[in-house]
Design a protein around this ligand. Structure first.
Ligand SMILES: Nc1ncnc2c1ncn2[C@@H]1O[C@H](COP(=O)(O)OP(=O)(O)OP(=O)(O)O)[C@@H](O)[C@H]1O
Length: 232
């Protein structure tokens, strides 16, 4: 892992059916290794921002990770950039029930040349261990609790060694204690690796651990605050 990437966004606009503006961000710049929380009311456009940053939805404007503007890239080049640079934790985990934790965490090895698979598998196992699941790598995730599943999703997102991690509600549906432990583990891992983290969350305690907090309302970036400890 070589540390995070900076992100800069300008003139970003995502529209939905009938041209309705779902998200509009005129300008945003985040330094490498920043831990950034995104909050706001339901339906405000938070997940839309995450998906636009990942280049997973159609949008206008510029989204640069480091020196690379991902917007003009072909779908294939964008997917390749994403695979090498962006780890994603989706709201519903997207795990394969029939596979073990280790196989789920190392899933992206399927898309790598054989020579690099062993390395990715080792990193996936190391992430699982760091998240307290080292002894459960062979167990099918079908029998995992919500907190354990979320840890597998984090291990998978970080196994590729991507310098950027995008997470959508990583503590949703977890009890307070589990959410707090997961938050501590996630932040420890991300800070230790210098990864840039952008996390959408309604969890005030997770927000409170971020360096920076963006508030989205009605499809617009309405505030961008540094180190807002004690908010909400
Ligand atoms: N593919 C789509 N096509 C049309 N509209 C969409 C699409 N995806 C999302 N939207 C709309 O865009 C708006 C923003 O959705 P988004 O999921 O980004 O909100 P959110 O802030 O993440 O909400 P929540 O906190 O409830 O997850 C909503 O009105 C939603 O219905």
């Amino acid at each position: 892992m070589t540390g995070g990437l900076p992100v800069s966004v300008s003139g970003l606009c995502v529209t939905g059916a009938g041209g309705r503006v779902l998200l509009s961000v005129s300008s945003l710049a985040l330094p490498p290794g920043a831990l950034v929380g995104v909050r706001g009311p339901s339906g405000a456009g938070k997940s839309t921002l995450l998906y636009a940053l990942a280049g997973l939805i159609a949008a206008r404007g510029r989204v640069c990770w480091g020196d690379t503007d991902i917007m003009p890239l072909s779908a294939e080049k964008r997917a390749r950039f994403r695979a090498g640079n962006i780890g994603m934790i989706f709201q519903d985990f997207l795990l394969f029930e029939e596979l073990g934790a280790g196989d789920n965490a190392a899933l992206s090895a399927l898309f790598l040349p054989r020579a690099q698979r062993r390395e990715l598998r080792a990193r996936a196992d190391a992430r699982l261990s760091a998240l307290g699941l080292g002894n459960h790598a062979g167990r099918s995730v079908a029998s995992f609790s919500g907190g354990e599943r979320q840890r597998v999703a984090i291990a998978r997102a970080m196994a590729s060694g991507a310098p950027v991690l995008l997470a959508d509600e990583p503590t949703a549906s977890l009890d307070r204690g589990t959410a707090d432990r997961l938050t501590a583990d996630l932040i420890g891992l991300v800070r230790g690796n210098g990864t840039t983290l952008v996390v959408v969350t309604h969890d005030a305690r997770l927000i409170d651990r971020m360096d920076r907090v963006l508030t989205i309302a009605d499809g617009a970036l309405v505030s961008d605050e540094a180190a807002p400890h004690g908010l909400e």
